[in-house]
Design a protein around this ligand. Structure first.
Ligand SMILES: Cc1ncc(COP(=O)(O)O)c(C=O)c1O
Length: 385
């Protein structure tokens, strides 16, 4: 299919080298990593190599990496696991209003179990003020969970500063780095994080496999009880092909990262300028500089994001919006509302997320078709004069 794929924040195409690395683990090396005979040992060896690859990317020890089924599971495990393990100290957690639902809904579930959650507000660019984090810490605070990069508007948080505050106040710090890992440098030591979530399908790895970094010495409860896998901390027969895919993908993602990022950012900036300069009543959402290099989020006033997506799809462009059906709800994005957009402007938002596969021809094509689509939709809009 000749599609221009600009929805890489939703998921990415699996890298051919990743597919190649995974294939033998479905066939000849299909063994269970817990088995002692040859094919089991091979599976275990491959898994430990993937653990080493993840650790190298995050700057941690392989023993601090635990494989999971997704970014969602990693978030649930980090948050519920830390909350329950520290219940004697307290039941207060700190987060932000713009987290992914894997975090927000987990916190809501904990609130129903008697925990208290403080959700910090963000500024007009989607940034949290570290001083607000400091002020929100109480005697009974056990966890701060703040995302590294936002999945909708791409805004980066001052993770290092927040990490320093958490460390100083002896509160555990988790970051959902699902959008950051593979797209920007990540260093758990420099960031001062205790727990970090990542997901393979966001960086050209397979879907349904993720990891949680758990700093040495940090105790969190397990979510899954059963076998002795992942050193008794996460039961369930390991998804070896997926884990091998994750390891290969993370290593590839960090190979020539600066070079790849430079190219992606230049294309993104070209697309941004093309849209903002040629289509009236458009605005950039998120921070102009402190944002993921591949993310562009724009509000196009007087039109419905969904209608825009359908027209773009007809023109062969896959994108995403911050409203309605894609999220299965009629409410506009909680992130766009949190940065101060009114409902109408939030409904007319468009997220375009690039990858290393994006080309100048594709960007030129989007710049060529978008103004016409917007014009047509606005001509039909009762809101547009
Ligand atoms: C910031 C963030 N956190 C968590 C997730 C969930 O990851 P997964 O799709 O692997 O469950 C996503 C996926 O969109 C995300 O963008």
């Amino acid at each position: 299919m000749n599609q221009i794929y600009l929805d890489n924040a939703a998921t990415t195409k699996v890298h051919p080298q990743v597919v190649e690395a995974m294939l033998p683990y479905f066939t000849e090396c299909f063994g269970n990593a817990s088995s002692i005979y040859a094919t089991g040992r091979e599976a275990r060896k491959a898994m430990e190599e993937a653990r080493r690859q993840v650790a190298a990317a995050l700057n941690c020890a392989p023993a601090e990496v635990f494989f999971t089924s997704s970014g969602t599971e990693s978030d649930n495990w980090a948050i519920k696991g830390a909350a329950y393990a520290n219940i004697k100290k307290g039941r207060h957690l700190i987060s932000t209003t713009i987290e992914h639902h894997a975090v927000l809904h987990t916190l809501e579930a904990l609130e129903k179990q008697g925990f208290t959650v403080t959700l910090l507000k963000v500024d007009e660019y989607g940034r949290v003020n570290p001083e607000d984090v400091r002020k929100a810490i109480r005697e009974d605070t056990t966890l701060i969970t703040i995302m590294a990069a936002n999945n909708e508007i791409g805004t980066l948080q001052p993770i290092k500063e927040i990490g320093e505050i958490a460390r100083e106040r002896k509160v555990l710090f988790h970051t959902d780095a699902v959008q950051a890992v593979g797209t920007m440098p990540v260093d758990v030591k420099d960031w001062n994080v205790d727990l970090l979530s990542l997901s393979a399908h966001k960086f050209h790895g397979p879907k349904g496999v993720g990891a949680l970094y758990i700093k040495k010495g940090v105790r969190i409860e397990s979510l899954l009880q059963g076998g002795a896998q992942e050193r008794l901390r996460r039961a369930g027969t390991e998804n070896i092909p997926g884990i091998v895919g994750l390891g290969t993908a993370i290593e590839l993602a960090y190979k020539n990262l600066t070079e790849k990022t430079g190219k992606i950012e230049a294309l993104r900036n070209d697309l941004m300028k093309g849209i903002l300069d040629t289509i009236p009543e458009t605005r950039l959402n998120g921070h102009p500089q402190q944002r993921l290099p591949n993310n562009l989020n724009i509000s196009v006033r007087y039109i419905e994001g969904e209608a825009l997506l359908l027209r773009l799809d007809l023109a062969g462009v896959a994108a995403s919006s911050g409203s309605a059906c894609t999220s299965g709800s009629l409410d506009p994005s909680h992130v766009l509302l949190a940065i101060g957009l009114d409902h109408e402007t939030a409904h007319g938002s468009l997220r375009l997320t690039l990858s290393e596969d994006s080309t100048q021809e594709e960007i030129d094509q989007v710049k060529a078709v978008l103004p016409g689509i917007v014009k047509t939709l606005r001509a039909m809009s009762p809101l547009y004069e």
